[in-house]
Every structure is written in structure tokens, then in C-alpha cells.
Design a protein around this ligand. Structure first.
Ligand code: ADP
Length: 251
């Protein structure tokens, strides 16, 4: 069976006179994690929000296996965005139960407990979220993104607030979700961590995707950084790492 495919076609988004996304096209395949890179303000969050259906583009369309998205597709999306949208006075388990009801996912309490254990919050499940650290809240939003068994996972800076074991745990989860055939798009500046799980990198600059290359074990951290800096950084910085570039740029 071929992998499911999500296609963003000619997406444009303008705020006032600022064209943040300029006829951007991107094809994402199930079973792959694509990492979206770009400087602050490049438009990464805007693109993720549009794919999540949280924001409308000025023009362009999103297709799933060549078809326009059906009503209810939002339920097939798991998202970790900047805002956590957690209820501080509810416990971790109550938060998940609330969102499961909101997404109309008939999830048994035992599965919600499992989801919390999966992100290392098994012991904290009856604790109100207001006492959680930033990293614990991040773990909870990751658990929430996965409860509806989503086809598409959108992660905006998912390593934020996570400690070392949290980052490793997230990478394990991402690898498991890839194996289930999910379409995964993540933004991050944690190059070292994401390098371990990303199959592909795309770089957003001035509203367009200007680079697109494979990840995997052959892509060293130095090469990844050099490729990123070649697009986003001033020339002086690029020259320092230019010895790392040619093999990648020609690839
Ligand atoms: P990134 O995630 O790459 O840092 P964003 O998508 O958050 O970038 O933002 C891209 C640009 O769009 C920025 O210049 C930002 O100021 C602008 N922007 C984002 N959201 C809004 C908004 N609601 N209204 C006006 N400008 C916005």
C-alpha cells in the first residue's frame, strides 16, 4: 500500500503588506518526518497553523491524496503549538479526557493513562497542571496530540522546555509515529536532536521553500548547520563553515 500524501499547493499568506508565505508548495508523505527550518519570523508557525486548519491562507489549497480536505479532517490532526491550551486547574488525566471528548474520540481511561505513561507523566497524572513545570506541560501537550490517533502530526518547536531525557523520549515517540505511517512536520532549532529522527529538511526563507534535502545518518550536524547558515546567515558566518558545503549543495 502506498503512503498517504498531503500536498500544500501555492499557499500564500499576507499580513497587511507583509507577504509571509509566497505561493509555497510542499508535499509530505506518510511515514516520514519532515523538519521545517527557517529564521525567526520566516513563517514556519504560520504554515503549520494553516496546515492545522487554525488559520486560512489568502490563496492556495491543501489536498490529501489528491482530494480536497473533507469536513472533520481537523480531528485527524495532532498538533503541538506554542500555546499549550491546557486547563491549569484540571489534572493531567482530566485534561486528556476533556480533549478526547472535544475531539469526539471514544478513548478509555486506561488508554489515556497509557498515553500519559508514554510521555513519562504516569506518576503525575492526578496532579493539577498548574503545578507542572514547562517541560511537564510540553510532555502533556505531546500526549494530547497523539490521543486521537492522528494521520497528520504538526509539531511547532516540540523540544521546548524538555530536559535531555524528554528530548530523547520525544525522539522515540516520533520514530514510533513514523513507523505507524503518520505524516509528520516539525519545526525546531534543536538541530542535534531532530537530526536523529528527521528524514527530510526543508528551509523556508522569504516566503518560499528554498532548500529541500534528505536527513539520515549521513547528514552530520556540521553539514546540516552549514546548509542552514548558507541560506539564513550573513556571509561572514557562512565562509567559516563553507568547507562543509559543496558536497551537500551539489547533492
Ligand atoms: P516563525 O514561526 O518562522 O518564527 P511566524 O509564522 O510566527 O514565523 O511569523 C511570520 C511573520 O508573520 C512574522 O513577521 C510575524 O510577525 C508575522 N505574523 C505572524 N502572525 C501574525 C498576525 N496574526 N498578525 C500580523 N503579523 C503576523
Amino acid at each position: 500500500m502506498s503512503a498517504v500524501e498531503l500536498q500544500a499547493n501555492q499557499i500564500s499568506k499576507t499580513y497587511g503588506s507583509h507577504k509571509v508565505l509566497n505561493a509555497l508548495s510542499l508535499r509530505l508523505e506518510g511515514g516520514q518526518l519532515t523538519c521545517l527550518l527557517g529564521q525567526n519570523g520566516a513563517g514556519k508557525t504560520t504554515l503549520l497553523r494553516i496546515l492545522a486548519g487554525l488559520q486560512k491562507p489568502n490563496s492556495g489549497q491543501i489536498l490529501l491524496d489528491g482530494q480536497a480536505l473533507q469536513e472533520g479532517f481537523r480531528r485527524q490532526i495532532g498538533a503541538v503549538m506554542h500555546q499549550t491550551f491546557l486547563y491549569e486547574y484540571l489534572t493531567a488525566l482530566e485534561n486528556l479526557r476533556f480533549y478526547a471528548q472535544l475531539y469526539q474520540v471514544p478513548v478509555e481511561t486506561s488508554l489515556l493513562k497509557e498515553a500519559l505513561a508514554r510521555v513519562g507523566l504516569g506518576k503525575a497524572r492526578e496532579v493539577p497542571v498548574r503545578t507542572f513545570s514547562r517541560g511537564m506541560k510540553q510532555r502533556l501537550t505531546i500526549a494530547r496530540a497523539l490521543i486521537a490517533d492522528p494521520l497528520l502530526l504538526l509539531f511547532d518547536e516540540p523540544y521546548t522546555g524538555l530536559d535531555l531525557s524528554g528530548c530523547q523520549l520525544l525522539n522515540n515517540l516520533l520514530a514510533e509515529e513514523k513507523a505507524k505511517g503518520r505524516i509528520i512536520l516539525a519545526t525546531t532549532h534543536e538541530f542535534e536532536f531532530v537530526r536523529q529522527v528527521a528524514d527530510r529538511f526543508v528551509i523556508l526563507n522569504k516566503g518560499r521553500l528554498v532548500d529541500d534535502f534528505s536527513g539520515g545518518s549521513q547528514l552530520s550536524l556540521d553539514r546540516l548547520e552549514a546548509r542552514y547558515l548558507a541560506i539564513t546567515a550573513p556571509r561572514s558566518i557562512v565562509e567559516k563553515s563553507s568547507n562543509l558545503l559543496p558536497q551537500q549543495v551539489d547533492a
